[in-house]
Design a protein around this ligand. Structure first.
Ligand SMILES: *[C@@H]1O[C@H](CO)[C@@H](O)[C@H](O)[C@H]1NC(C)=O
Ligand SMILES: *[C@@H]1O[C@H](CO)[C@@H](O)[C@H](O)[C@H]1NC(C)=O
Ligand SMILES: *[C@@H]1O[C@H](CO)[C@@H](O)[C@H](O)[C@H]1NC(C)=O
Ligand SMILES: *[C@@H]1O[C@H](CO)[C@@H](O)[C@H](O)[C@H]1NC(C)=O
Ligand SMILES: *[C@@H]1O[C@H](CO)[C@@H](O)[C@H](O)[C@H]1NC(C)=O
Ligand SMILES: *[C@@H]1O[C@H](CO)[C@@H](O)[C@H](O)[C@H]1NC(C)=O
Ligand SMILES: *[C@@H]1O[C@H](CO)[C@@H](O)[C@H](O)[C@H]1NC(C)=O
Ligand SMILES: *[C@@H]1O[C@H](CO)[C@@H](O)[C@H](O)[C@H]1NC(C)=O
Ligand SMILES: *[C@@H]1O[C@H](CO)[C@@H](O)[C@H](O)[C@H]1NC(C)=O
Ligand SMILES: *[C@@H]1O[C@H](CO)[C@@H](O)[C@H](O)[C@H]1NC(C)=O
Ligand SMILES: [Cu+2]
Length: 566
C-alpha cells in the first residue's frame, strides 16, 4: 500500500514535470484586438485606434530566440497591418507587416495570425501599425530577455518600458488626409507623450503624467522606444546620468551620458541608478528638428521619477537640461558615440569583404501641381521625397506576393545602385531641375550571401534634415558617418570595423552621410524607409529582394494559409 502510494506520488511528479516541459515548449500566443477607443487628453476627447484598448499598446515579453504567434483581429473601421520592428523574421517575410510590401491590409472584420520569429535580437524592440499613419496610436514595446536573464551588466532591479509618442488633438486620419491633399507639410502635433501621458506642462494634464517610483540604491533598466510619428527626440532625467547599454535589440559598450537622442524607430536601453537625494525629479523629452524653415512642435513632455520614502518634495521641480531644438552637433555627439559591446560573450561579425557597394541619396523633392489637388508646396508644387531620385509608388498588391507567384507588372527590379547624377549634394542651393524625382515602384535585387555596403547620402535639396533610415529583416553595422559629401577615398579609412553599433535604424545626419554593412542572408522582400512619417508618405523608401540561396536553410519559407487577401 505504502509503496503504491509512493509510486503514484512519483508518477504525479513526473507528470507535472513533463507537462510543465510541454508547456514551456508550446508556442506562446497573444491576442491583439485592433479597435476604436475613446481617449481624453489635453481637455479633448477623440476616438483613436488601439490594440486591446491601450495606448501605448501591450508590451510583448519574449525570450531570446523564441517564436510567438500574435492573433491580430481587426475590429476597427480601418485597414491595418502590424510590423514587428527590428525582428528579423529569418526566411519568413510573410508576417513582417508593411502594407503592399509583404502583405495586403487586414480589413475590418478580418484576422491574421502573425508568426513572429526572434533569433539573435536581445534587448528592446517594438511593434507598430504599418499602414498610413495609424502607428501614431497603434504601437507598443517588445522586451527580449537574454537566456537565463543573463545580462552583460548586474541584473537590474526592474525593467521599465518608456515609450515616446506624439499626440494630435484632431483625428490622425484627418491630419493625414489633409496633409496628403495639401501637398505640403502636415500640421504639427499638439503634444508628445511618455507612456501615453503628456505630463504636467500641458494644459489639463496635471494628472495625466507618467510616474516612475524608485527605491534609493537600486538600478533600473529603462527601455526607451521612440514611437513618435515624425520627430527625433532629446531625453534626459534631472540630476541623473544614464548609462546606455543597448540599442535596437543589441548591446552597446556602457556609455554614461547626460541626455540621449532617439530617432523614430530606434530603441535605446539605459541603466538608471537611483542614487540622488529622495525627491521628485523630472524626466523630459522634446524635439530635435534640423530642417530650416520647417515648423515643429516645440512642446516638452515630462514624467516624474519619484523616490519612495517620507519627505517633502522640492517645489518647483526644475527641468533637466536638453539640447536646443536645432542642435545637430548635440544630436550626433550622442549617436556617434554608440559602439557594440563586442566582448567574448557577445562577439560581433562586421563584414570586411564587401561584394556589393550601394550609394543611395535621400532627398526631399517637389512634384509639379496636378489638377484637383491642393499645391501648397514651394512655388505651387507638391512636396515629395526620394531615394536615388526615385519617389516610391505603393503598388496595389504586395511585392512579396508578386515575387513569390511571379506576377509581372507590380514592380520593376531595376532600382539603381547609385543616383543618376552626382553633384554637390549638400550645396546651399540647386538648379530647380534637380528637384523633381521620378515616380516608380522599383526594388533592388541582391543575390543571397552578398556582402553589402550601403552609403546613405543626405542632400540639401529643398531643406536638408536628418533621415532615420530603417531596414526590415536585418540589423546592420553602422561603420561610419560624417557631414558633407561622402568621399569614397578618404571616408572608408575612418570606418569603425572593430566595434560599430548594430542597429536597424540610423539617423543619417543633416547634410551628411552614414555607411552601413550587412550580409544578405535573409531571403525575402524587405522594406527600407525613412521613419519620419511625412517623408515616408512622400516616397522616401524602396525595397530589397534577397534571392534564395542554396539548400533549405537558404530558402524563404512558404506563406501561411491566412495571408490577408488583396
Ligand atoms: C491644421 O492647422 C490649421 C491651422 O492651424 C487648422 O485650421 C486646421 O484645422 C488643422 N487641421 C487639422 C486636421 O488638424
Ligand atoms: C514655441 O512656439 C510658440 C509659437 O511659435 C512660441 O510662442 C513659444 O515661445 C515657443 N516655445 C518655446 C519653449 O520655444
Ligand atoms: C538654431 O536656431 C537658432 C534660433 O533660431 C539660430 O540662431 C541658430 O543659428 C540655429 N542653429 C543652427 C545650427 O541651425
Ligand atoms: C560630445 O560630448 C562630450 C561629453 O559631453 C564632450 O566631451 C565632447 O566635447 C562633445 N563632442 C562634440 C564634438 O561636441
Ligand atoms: C574577398 O572577396 C574576394 C572576391 O569575392 C575574394 O577573392 C577574396 O579572397 C576575399 N577576401 C577575404 C579576406 O575573404
Ligand atoms: C521658386 O521660384 C523662385 C523664382 O522662380 C526660385 O528662385 C526659387 O528657387 C523657387 N523655389 C523652389 C523651392 O523651387
Ligand atoms: C516568371 O514569369 C515570366 C514572364 O511572365 C516567365 O518568363 C518566367 O519564366 C517566370 N519565371 C518563373 C520562375 O516562373
Ligand atoms: C531626377 O530625375 C528627373 C527625371 O529624370 C530629372 O529631371 C532630375 O534632374 C533628377 N534629379 C536628380 C537629383 O537626379
Ligand atoms: C557565403 O559566403 C561566404 C564567403 O563570404 C562563404 O564562405 C559561404 O560558404 C557562403 N555561404 C553560402 C550559404 O553561400
Ligand atoms: C482596404 O484594403 C482593401 C484591400 O487591399 C482595399 O481594396 C480597400 O480600398 C482598402 N480600404 C481603405 C479604406 O483603404
Ligand atoms: Cu526622412
Amino acid at each position: 500500500m505504502l509503496s503504491i502510494m509512493k509510486f503514484s506520488v512519483f508518477q504525479i511528479l513526473v507528470f507535472l514535470l513533463f507537462s510543465s516541459f510541454l508547456y514551456c515548449q508550446a508556442v506562446v500566443r497573444h491576442t491583439f484586438i485592433v479597435q476604436d477607443t475613446e481617449y481624453t487628453k489635453l481637455c479633448s476627447t477623440k476616438t483613436i485606434l488601439t490594440v486591446n484598448g491601450q495606448f501605448p499598446g501591450p508590451t510583448l515579453y519574449v525570450n531570446k530566440g523564441e517564436t510567438i504567434i500574435v492573433d491580430v483581429y481587426n475590429k476597427a473601421h480601418y485597414n491595418i497591418t502590424i510590423h514587428w520592428h527590428g525582428v528579423k523574421q529569418p526566411r519568413y517575410p510573410w508576417s513582417d507587416g508593411p502594407e503592399f510590401i509583404t502583405q495586403c491590409p487586414i480589413r475590418p472584420g478580418q484576422k491574421f495570425s502573425q508568426k513572429v520569429i526572434f533569433s539573435t535580437e536581445e534587448g528592446t524592440l517594438w511593434w507598430h501599425a504599418h499602414s498610413d499613419w495609424s502607428r501614431a496610436t497603434v504601437h507598443g514595446a517588445i522586451v527580449v530577455y537574454p537566456k537565463n536573464k543573463n545580462y552583460p551588466f548586474p541584473k537590474p532591479h526592474a525593467d521599465v518600458p518608456i515609450v515616446f509618442g506624439e499626440w494630435w488633438k484632431r483625428d490622425i486620419v484627418e491630419v493625414y488626409n489633409e496633409f496628403l491633399h495639401s501637398g505640403t507639410d502636415p500640421n504639427i502635433s499638439d503634444a508628445y507623450t511618455i507612456n501615453g501621458h503628456p505630463g504636467d506642462l500641458y494644459p489639463c494634464s496635471k494628472s495625466d503624467t507618467f510616474k516612475l517610483m524608485v527605491n534609493y540604491g537600486k538600478t533600473y533598466l529603462l527601455r526607451l522606444v521612440n514611437a513618435a510619428v515624425g520627430d527625433i527626440l532629446f531625453f534626459a532625467i534631472k540630476n541623473h546620468q544614464l548609462t546606455v547599454v543597448g540599442t535596437d535589440g543589441s548591446y552597446t559598450k556602457p556609455l554614461k551620458v547626460d541626455y540621449i537622442t532617439i530617432s523614430p524607430g530606434q530603441t535605446i536601453d539605459v541603466l538608471l541608478e537611483a542614487n540622488q537625494p529622495l525627491d521628485h525629479y523630472y524626466m523630459a523629452a522634446r524635439v530635435y528638428s534640423s530642417a530650416d524653415g520647417v515648423e515643429y512642435d516645440n512642446t516638452t513632455t515630462t514624467a516624474i521619477l519619484q523616490y519612495n520614502g517620507k519627505y517633502a518634495p522640492s517645489s518647483p521641480s526644475p527641468l533637466p537640461y536638453l539640447p536646443y531644438y536645432n542642435d545637430t552637433s548635440a544630436s550626433v555627439n550622442f549617436t556617434g558615440r554608440l559602439k557594440s559591446l563586442a566582448d567574448e560573450n557577445h562577439p560581433i561579425n562586421v563584414p570586411l569583404n564587401v561584394s556589393t557597394n550601394l550609394f543611395f541619396t535621400v532627398s526631399v523633392n517637389t512634384l509639379p501641381c496636378i489638377e484637383g489637388n491642393a499645391c501648397e508646396g514651394p512655388n505651387g508644387t507638391r512636396l515629395s521625397a526620394s531615394v536615388n531620385n526615385i519617389s516610391f509608388v505603393s503598388p496595389s498588391i504586395d511585392i512579396l506576393k508578386a515575387y513569390y507567384l511571379n506576377i509581372s507588372d507590380v514592380y520593376s527590379n531595376k532600382f539603381p545602385s547609385k543616383p543618376p547624377l552626382f553633384f554637390d549634394f549638400t550645396a546651399d542651393s540647386f538648379p530647380s531641375y534637380l528637384e523633381t524625382p521620378k515616380q516608380a515602384t522599383k526594388v533592388k535585387v541582391l543575390e543571397y550571401n552578398t556582402t553589402v555596403e550601403l552609403v546613405f547620402q543626405g542632400t540639401n535639396l529643398l531643406a536638408g534634415t536628418d533621415h532615420p533610415m530603417h531596414l526590415h529583416g536585418y540589423s546592420f553595422y553602422v561603420v561610419g558617418w560624417g557631414f558633407g559629401n561622402y568621399d569614397k577615398e578618404k571616408d572608408p579609412l575612418k570606418y569603425n570595423l572593430v566595434d560599430p553599433p548594430l542597429q536597424n535604424t540610423i539617423a543619417v545626419p543633416k547634410n551628411g552621410w552614414a555607411a552601413i554593412r550587412f550580409k544578405a542572408i535573409n531571403p525575402g522582400v524587405w522594406f527600407m524607409h525613412c521613419h519620419l512619417e511625412r517623408h515616408f508618405s512622400w516616397g522616401m523608401e524602396m525595397a530589397f529582394i534577397i534571392k534564395n540561396g542554396e539548400g533549405p536553410k537558404g530558402k524563404m519559407l512558404p506563406p501561411p494559409p491566412d495571408m490577408p487577401p488583396c
